[in-house]
Design a binder for this molecule. Sequence first.
Ligand code: GLU
Length: 417
Amino acid sequence: MTGSANPLESLQTQLDEASRHVEVADDVLERLRHPKRVLESNLVIERDGGTLERFRAYRSQFNGDRGPYKGGIRYHPAVSRDEVVALSGWMAYKCAVVDVPFGGAKSGIAVDPDALSAAELERLTRAYATELRPLIGEDRDVPAPDVNTGPREMNWLKDTYETLERTTAPGVVTGKSLESGGSEGRVEATGRSTVVAAREATAYLGRSLDGATAAVQGYGNAGWISAKLLDEMGVTVVAVSDSDSGIVDRDGLDPAEVKAHKDATGNVLGYDGSDACTNEELLTLDVDLLIPAALESVIDATLARDVSANIISEAANGPITPDADAILAENDVFVVPDILANAGGVTVSYFEWVQNRQRVSWSEDRVNEQLEAVIVDAFDSLCRTVEERNIEIPRTAAYVLAIERIDRAYEQGGRWP
Ligand code: GLU
């Protein structure tokens, strides 16, 4: 489920909102409203039956002032240029908020991965890696997983790049499997930071997670891990959903069992003892915590009026439209913005890249401890910015932090070119 709002317009509105609180000139801000460059490719691969098929693919490199471009690759039928550009911008701001030394980029291929065999997906990924080859590199642009991609696709990308370049360069892509140079804790990282951010927000508001309830929209990697970690922290997860349907059980769901049910049947519907609900019903359920973990713009102004949760921690990128943000703030719903809440993914990508460059590997405990420290620190900076500058919407404060950090790097480099 995606809303109808244009994500690029949302990003530009979010920047305009933040610009009222920063001392950065309009001409400098204008630069941060648009991508540096966008690659658009037509990938043609052979289907298993022997026919050829074309797929549209994009890579948007939004901003590289703070380091190599960085961002995931999404496989989804609804991928569009504006969506990929917006997602690349959010990556640039996200890396700045958690102070990871990367810029922002994003890829999307307009494809339904469920309609392709594993062999076809491999041909598609290798075709895309071949297109990307001149643009990417350990110090240039470092892709990663996003919606519907994971370690398998990242391993293919690394292998294609290394084979064509006749070298080894594991840091050219992150989110690989452990055996191919991935990091402990990377698969769980997005869900982990979403939950750490929710925990920090709960404490900031003087509330307790003890006995709290949660609803999670989306049961891909970020959603299911969020549900699992919330459950481990003693939160009762009462509802979850996937792109087909939602399920609710006020007595609490067992996230691991729901995952097993989804793996076996293809969706969460029909899980033992649960009732079906729509995505809209899930998003407006009477719970303490709401975790949107699917796609953009799912909470618009109309839906925002009916949100009952006290805290939203955004595992997805861009799930709340700007006008919905204003309504949620009016209704005292505390939103931990995506560019902080889900930044665990890129933070552990950074750890993976560091390990690859040094040819070492860290323990899972070390990864999780360092991730926790980064997210807690970023959350504290966010709250300080909210208070010191009297900003009503936490997302706006996150943008203020990001814009100032990116602008300082640009300025110190001499604003060239
Ligand atoms: N796709 C993830 C995100 O949206 C991770 C990106 C990365 O690790 O580079 O943040």
